[in-house]
Design a protein around this ligand. Structure first.
Ligand SMILES: [Zn+2]
Length: 268
C-alpha cells in the first residue's frame, strides 16, 4: 500500500519524473512493479517442454511451439529403441530449432520389452500401405506415451514450463491407444492433479497440435514453418539410408507424395 501512496513529496526526488521530465502517474511505481511481475510470469509461461523423437511429427510439433512464441526445452528418450539414429536426429532438430535446453533421458524399456522396437526377437512389420490401419502393430511400445509424458511433466515443472508439446497423431495408422484425444484428455486431468505448480495456480498444458492432421498436412505445416524436416529420421531401421519399406517409411513417403513435396531424406 505504501507504493500506492506514491512517492510524491517523499523525498524520492526526480524518480517522480520520466525521462523527458513529464510528471509520472504517482501509481507508476506500483504499475511498473506489477508489469515486471507480469512479464516475468509470461516469460515463464512461454517455456514449453517439447518431446522430440527425431521423427517428422515431433519436429513439426516443436516448430509449432516455437511459432507460438515458446522457448523450447527439448526432451528425448534413449529407451533402448532399435537404433540411435533417431536420437542423433533429435539432437540436430533441437539445435536447429534453437532449443534453450535439450535432455536425453536414459530409460531402458528393453527391460520390459513387449514391442518390436524394444525387443530384437520381435520383427518390425512390413505390411505394405494397405495393411496399415488394421490391428495395433508390433511397433506399439507398452505405455510409452504415459511414461514419456510423466517425465516431461516433471521436467516442465522444474523449468517452469507452461506447456508440454507432443507430436501424437490419431490419423493415418497405428491405432496406438496412447495417441487418442481421450487419452490426452485424461492426462490433462492428471497433470492438473499431480503437480505442485498446478495446485499453486500454474497449470501445465498438454498440447497436441497435430493430433488430427493427415501426414500430408503435417508435411505442409512443417514446410510452411520452415521446420528442419531434412534432419528428421522416421525409419524404424537404423540403416545408412531409410529403408522405404517399414510402416513408418511408407507413411512418410505417402505424406510427402500427397503434399506434392520431395522428401529430403534419402532412401535405399
Ligand atoms: Zn523404414
Amino acid at each position: 500500500m505504501k507504493l500506492k501512496g506514491g512517492n510524491r513529496g517523499s523525498g524520492s526526488g526526480n524518480r517522480e519524473f520520466g525521462i523527458r521530465g513529464e510528471r509520472r502517474n504517482p501509481h507508476s511505481a506500483f504499475y511498473n512493479l506489477q508489469s515486471t511481475i507480469y512479464n516475468q510470469q509470461s516469460t515463464i509461461n512461454k517455456r514449453a517442454v517439447c518431446l522430440i523423437s527425431g521423427g517428422l511429427d515431433s519436429c513439426v510439433t516443436a516448430a509449432i511451439a516455437k511459432k507460438r512464441g515458446y522457448e523450447i526445452y527439448a526432451l528425448s528418450f534413449d529407451y533402448g529403441q532399435r537404433h540411435k539414429k533417431e536420437l542423433e536426429s533429435a539432437k540436430a532438430v533441437a539445435k536447429a530449432l534453437r532449443a534453450a535446453g535439450h535432455k536425453t533421458i536414459k530409460l531402458d524399456l528393453r527391460q520390459i520389452g513387449g514391442s518390436a522396437l524394444t525387443d530384437s526377437k520381435i520383427g518390425v512389420p512390413e505390411r505394405g500401405a494397405e495393411g496399415i490401419g488394421g490391428d495395433i502393430p508390433a511397433t506399439y511400445v507398452p505405455a510409452r506415451n504415459t511414461i514419456f509424458l510423466s517425465v516431461a511433466l516433471g521436467y516442465a515443472e522444474v523449468v517452469g514450463a507452461g506447456a508440454i508439446f507432443i507430436g501424437a497423431n490419431d490419423q493415418d495408422y497405428s491405432g496406438y491407444p496412447d495417441c487418442r484425444p481421450e487419452y490426452f484428455g485424461a492426462f490433462r486431468k492428471l497433470a492438473r492433479l499431480a503437480t505442485k505448480c498446478s495446485v499453486e495456480g500454474r497449470p501445465i498444458k498438454i498440447e497436441t497440435p497435430i493430433i488430427h492432421l493427415k501426414k500430408k498436412d503435417i508435411v505442409r505445416k512443417g514446410m510452411e514453418l520452415g521446420a528442419p524436416l531434412h534432419l528428421t529420421w522416421s525409419c524404424y531401421k537404423g540403416g545408412k539410408k531409410a529403408c522405404g519399406k517399414c510402416d513408418s517409411c511408407l507413411l512418410r513417403l505417402k505424406g510427402f507424395k500427397e503434399a506434392g513435396i520431395k522428401d529430403p531424406v534419402e532412401y535405399e
